[in-house]
Design a protein around this ligand. Sequence first.
Ligand code: TXA
Ligand code: MG
Length: 313
Amino acid sequence: MLDRYLNLLKSGQLVAFPTETVYGLGADAQNPEAVRKIFKIKQRPLDNPLIVHISSYKMLDEFTDEIPEEAEQLVKAFWPGPLTLIFKKKPKVLDLVTAGLDTVAIRWPSHPLSQDLIARSGALAAPSANTSGKPSPTKPEHVKEDFGKSFPIVEAGETQIGLESTVLDVSQKPFKLHRPGNISRNQIENIINAVIEIADSQKSETPKSPGTKYSHYAPEAQVSWLQIDDSLNSKETLYLLHSKTEQLERDNIIYFNENFTEMAHQLYDHFRSADHRNLNRIAIEPITKDAMKREPLAEALVNRISKAIGSSR
Ligand code: TXA
Ligand code: MG
């Protein structure tokens, strides 16, 4: 069933495919013309590098030969899975893929269809399959919304996790977290037995590092944290509540009952559906520091929601 998509990839075309996090927009990572199409269709700035998706250690060797010991432990613990590692790149890696940096981001996704596809096509450069600035796609319909009904998609229903992979720079020490995700900081620190730092790009108001400086994850509706004096009465607002509370029967209030895994799974779909329903605001119950310590996905949720708030006008 993958033959048609493999032929497209081989001839330098783009194909959207499922991963365990979100849908990716794949191009042959060794074909500059194909990779260029990614930036064009996404309207992605050329200085925002792509993740190379692999499905074997042999493919990893094509892109880097500098794998620190602790990074190898992370690979053993979490690959295949939702962890992207940034390594020093081999000279032949396309500048277009790395945006001219001397590092390359690599991820070995666990979704069986992505593994099949990559094993047969070779490594794929792939960002999330959405127009730049829009929420990442967790369903084939989201990809079609952004790129049109007939866009080639290896369809496999909803993605499992719903937020993008953890991105960790292991090309220098201490290792630096560029993007929190399903593999939590704690899990990483337990494996390498060392503390990881937050990348500058995550800390500063005007980030220097690629990707993080652009608006992200934002629907048209204005996203904000629910305020103390907010009622739950506005018909133009979608409310996302995570704590266990008495439940009103209203289709614009979504209750997650402390299930942060489900909240992550559904977040981007709610962002998009608010726009379909012409709701002008999305109010999200603040996630406490306590929950951040307790819940592996809370840090990633706060990161994506804060970026959506920062991008809202
Ligand atoms: O879960 C995911 O990671 C999804 C699926 C499709 O695999 N992909 C994804 O890709 O989210 P994208 O392009 O939307 O996000 C990749 C992030 C960007 O913020 C980019 O700037 C950063 O990774 N990145 C890539 N290469 C980098 C590098 N060499 N140094 C620093 N950051 C890098
Ligand atoms: Mg993206």
